[in-house]
Design a protein around this ligand. Sequence first.
Ligand code: COA
Ligand code: ZN
Length: 300
Amino acid sequence: MEQVIVNDVGPRDGLQNDSTLVTPEDRVRLINSLLDAGVRSIEAASFVSPKAVPKMANADQVFAALDQEAADFSALVPNLKGYELAKKAGARSVAVVLSATETMNQKNINMSLDQTISVCKEIVAQALRDGITPRSYLSVAVECPYEGMVEEQVIEGLSAMMLEAGAKEVIVADTIGAANPAQVKSLFTRLVSAFGAPTISGHFHDTRAMALANTWQALECGIRKFDASIAGLGGCPFAPGASGNLATEDLVLMLNDAGFDTGIDLNKLLRSVELTGQLVQHPVGGRSMAYLNRRTENQQ
Ligand code: COA
Ligand code: ZN
């Protein structure tokens, strides 16, 4: 069976935007339940200003409680300060955040596009020196909530820049869930032919119910690593219109059903969905939840 890596970004992209503040202890509980279901790649937290994103405060406490051998845990870092904090907390993998447009970088991290590029390159170089794996987000890769459509050649150019700088992977993110499968086919075909599939991963939001279709399209282009968020939590506080990420349970259902090896046990993953609902105290879950719950009841 062909392997597909599912990277759960719920503890970061999911919780950062939820109305409920979840304690570091409970964030660790959620991560441990994902591990129990077989998830082996998790974005555990971000080291960002607690004033900008209060829900991610105390990321160091989250990292301190993780068994670093248990999975590939990454930390999102927006600047050198965040990088230093992530390193101190024991992160072995960091993801820098480069948005494709001027305005999105300003709104998200208060830096111009040029400043962001140079900060991202500097973090990547430093990480390589420190033996930490650097990855790079490429946010608003199809459409920006402030500047509209983004040209494919811009994404190709920024990807080339980050890969040349030493990033091991570019995470192509449809931050506001505006992409359709035809655009994904065109963009990912281009990126795969330029850089090869193993250096690219896909990050889709489900705002318009197209995240699974977009994922399948990227899969057809050869991509074998995707972000998703447990229970479909998520959104970027600085990107109006960004709603939930593709739900991990929806992605795993599709991949397992289609004969890919994710290593994830869907029944156990449902416990993570349940825990997520308890932690955020509102109804959660992907589009397949009614079916998955029925299926579980029938198995009992
Ligand atoms: N972690 C923790 N604190 C940080 C920090 C980091 N990575 N970077 C800066 N700070 C602190 C500074 O120490 C300073 O604290 P003080 O007011 O107590 O002195 C304060 O934040 C402002 O620092 P400054 O460098 O002026 O940052 P800024 O106000 O221009 O904000 C960012 C820039 C990047 C820190 C902020 O916009 C941010 O954290 N953005 C993250 C956005 C995000 O997570 N988006 C979703 C994921 S893509
Ligand atoms: Zn996202």
